[in-house]
Design a protein around this ligand. Sequence first.
Ligand code: GDP
Length: 311
Amino acid sequence: MFESLQERLSGVFDRLTRRGALSEEDVSVALREVRVALLEADVALPVVKDFVAAVKEKAVGQEVLRSVTPGQQVVKIVHDELVAMLGGVAEDEGAQAGQPFELRGLGLNLNVTPPAPILMVGLQGSGKTTTTAKIAKRLAEREKKKVLMASLDVRRPAAQEQLALLGIQAGIATLPIVPGETPVKIAKRALQTGALEGYDVVMLDTAGRLAIDEALMAEVAAVRDATKPSETLLVADAMTGQDAVNVATAFKDKVGLSGIVLTRVDGDARGGAALSMRAVTGCPIKLLGTGEQIDKLETFHADRIAGRILG
Ligand code: GDP
């Protein structure tokens, strides 16, 4: 992800930093190129407009243009605005405690009377079931949580078996399958089992559809009402660009979201979804899916992503 955007921007900033003095016009020309690069990366137009305006306002200040290294100052402003657009630098308890990055937790809210219900929502094929197992494994291994997974997908044949198989591979318990139950019934049984058997977390993998529809939203909302999740995570495919942003908006409005997991960031997505998601929906991107394998899950850090884009 971000390869072509990174290439485009590094060209613009190379030219800018090579010059000694900068005029307002130089900054305007560079920002026009940044604007085109962001639009080509499929970033939503209002987000691009706000971003360029914010950079311009800060960059044409007299102190920046009169400084010894105006080009570098402008790049720094772009970096800081990118971080802000991506949600800012989150408070990271692990970082504050000086823990190495690899050992830190996922930062999900499990701060409720156990078991903490985590509701996984999204379109079919977005990577929901895989991500459910990835998160469960991580919580079990790094955060030493006892995790139970349950598939609420009663429509797609073999969806429940798929999760059970992933559970076996990952060493995570799954709720025994009882044919004929409704999603709400399965969810309630999962929470009851979780409470009785001392689980810390119950992950609920809901059914997806190929596109947003009323029935899907009503089903997910009913499960939400029955389970009061501590996290409702949308799994969205980064490769689908602006569509992923529209899906996030629909889920946010109809179901409510506490966070977004962006999958397939290992692919050649242009990055527009990652860059627009937070600004358009107001929901934080919390995690990234970086491959098919079960351990390919990363926490999202705005400053790391901004650093990757700006090289
Ligand atoms: P669901 O229908 O939303 O539950 O989607 P699945 O979890 O079944 O995933 C659909 C496909 O996407 C599977 O082949 C997964 O292995 C693959 N997949 C999921 N997450 C990622 C990811 O982060 N990167 C890549 N490359 N593939 C992924």
